[in-house]
Design a protein around this ligand. Structure first.
Ligand code: SAM
Length: 273
């Protein structure tokens, strides 16, 4: 009889953050497909689980499918990643979709994920959010993505690495100005930190204290007032900046960043076109 593919979340730091059901499934399945068998072995040893392991990671996720489907033909398989929920910025998507396409049962278990842990602790609105995964590494691609999200009203949630955090916060300030944001670092671990502030205060904080560990960056969505940039308001903001001595080019860039308008359209208003 064909088995079931269980998607099993594992802790994101604190080994206690695993459900009773997840432990039972890991014990009962005939095979665990793990992103990194060494990492998963530490977890299994902690809970005295001796189920066989096989690797399933970014670089073998296509070639490994046949072996996993052979195992599913004979029994149940659990999919785990290094930490948190498989398939969320982690390997799993291809295996899950292929399993569904083959008509094999997929059973996801609820459990640890850095996204929700960070979101509920951030203090930012939780009624709607947009998960962005890891932001692009290239500055232009990152700036374009952030700019496209300027009018987004839901909370933005992204994974970020510690060595890019300050650079990303600078890009966030450039686009979103001083919106509320939160940096959630080392969740569930000894040095857990929630830094709540704005891009500028976070830049100051993380320049003085270079961040380590794992990070989720959360940015408030567009505030209702911010979403209402009509032509009158754009003209007024442009006039204000030019009265302060900014060139039309620079003022148009700043107002475009604040309002979400296209810079060319703002510039055209400034020339009276
Ligand atoms: N599948 C995982 C999940 O469900 O959370 C995410 C895997 S992704 C490869 C790893 C990224 O998640 C890290 O670089 C970091 O941005 C975030 N992350 C994972 N654990 C975290 C933690 N304990 N604290 C903060 N961020 C974490």
């Amino acid at each position: 009889m064909t088995g079931t593919l269980y998607i099993v979340p594992t802790p994101i730091g604190n080994l206690e953050d695993i459900t009773l059901r997840a432990l039972r499934i890991l014990r009962e399945v005939s095979l665990i497909a793990a992103e990194d068998t060494r990492t998963t072995r530490v977890l299994l040893q902690h809970y005295e689980i001796t189920t066989p392991l096989t690797s399933y990671h970014e670089h073998n996720k296509l070639t490994k499918l046949d072996a996993i489907f052979d195992a599913l033909a004979a029994g149940d398989v659990a999919l785990v990643s290094d930490a948190g929920t498989p398939g969320i910025s982690d390997p799993g998507y291809e295996l899950i979709t292929e399993t569904i396409q083959r008509g094999i049962r997929v059973e996801p278990l609820p459990g640890a994920s850095a996204i929700l842990t960070a979101l509920v602790g951030s203090g930012l609105p939780t009624d709607g959010f947009v998960y962005l995964g890891f932001l692009p590494k290239k500055a232009k691609a990152r700036a374009d993505l952030l700019h496209d999200l300027l009018q987004e009203r839901r909370t933005l949630v992204a994974y970020e690495s510690p060595n890019r955090l300050v650079e990303t916060l600078e890009a966030v300030r450039e686009t979103f100005d001083e919106r509320p944001l939160c940096v959630a670092r080392e969740l569930t671990k000894l040095y857990e930190e929630f830094f709540r502030g704005t891009a500028s205060t976070a830049i100051d904080h993380y320049t003085a204290n270079p961040p380590r560990g794992e990070i989720v960056l959360l940015i408030s969505g567009a505030l209702p007032d911010e979403a209402a940039w009509d032509e009158v308001r754009v003209r007024a903001a442009l006039a204000d900046l030019m009265a302060q001595g900014e060139s039309l080019n620079r003022a148009a860039k700043i107002v475009a960043g604040q309002s979400g308008w296209n810079k060319r359209d703002v510039y055209a208003l400034g020339t009276g076109a």
